[in-house]
Design a protein around this ligand. Structure first.
Ligand code: CO
Length: 180
């Protein structure tokens, strides 16, 4: 399923999203699963070409025009996939240590490259309702997974990755941060 993804000029990208009812309504479940389907489709080169969409590893409901606290993440690892479809995710613990992607971050709602390191917590613990498992889960995430989760949860609070780039310390805000 291909969704219309709004760019960062659209109002829903800058609003605080609302918690959804648990268990999910049929409508919210459909929205959650459609986010995952879009991300999976975006990782197929032919689908990307056909629908003129960009490749992504995560998508949040505000990016498709809905201010609901729902996110989907999907990306391959060396031997498997990391997949999360979460409602009302909440970061309950975060490490003092930071991490950043050496190539910087990108976003399906930001159709232009933006340079600079986005320093995030290296390890986080997230509590959420898992839409695929249909139960509450606690996720301990480190490194890349933690970064992607923080990026998507930021969307639920109207925050975009470039908001977190310090223009005065673009590449050196946390000298001890883990480079990923
Ligand atoms: Co994004």
């Amino acid at each position: 399923m291909i969704l219309k993804v709004y760019d960062d000029t659209y109002k829903t990208l800058r609003l605080i999203s609302k918690d959804v009812d648990i268990p999910l309504t049929a409508k919210d479940e459909k929205l959650a699963l459609s986010l995952l389907k879009h991300i999976k489709a975006s990782q197929n080169p032919e689908t990307r070409e056909k629908h003129k969409i960009r490749e992504g590893v995560g998508l949040a409901a505000p990016q498709v025009g809905k201010n609901k606290r729902i996110i989907a993440i999907h990306y391959p690892t060396s031997d498997n996939f990391v997949t999360h479809v979460l409602a009302n995710p909440k970061i309950i613990k975060e490490s003092v240590r930071r991490a950043f992607l050496s190539s910087g971050e990108g976003c399906l709602s930001v159709p232009r490259p933006i340079e600079g390191h986005v320093y995030r917590h290296y390890k986080i613990t997230v509590k959420a309702y898992d839409v695929l498992k249909k139960e509450y889960v606690t996720i301990n995430a480190t490194g890349y997974e933690a970064i992607v989760l923080q990026h998507e949860i930021d969307h639920l609070n109207g925050i975009l990755f470039y908001d977190r780039i310090n223009p005065l310390l673009t590449f050196n805000a946390y000298p001890d941060a883990v480079e990923i």
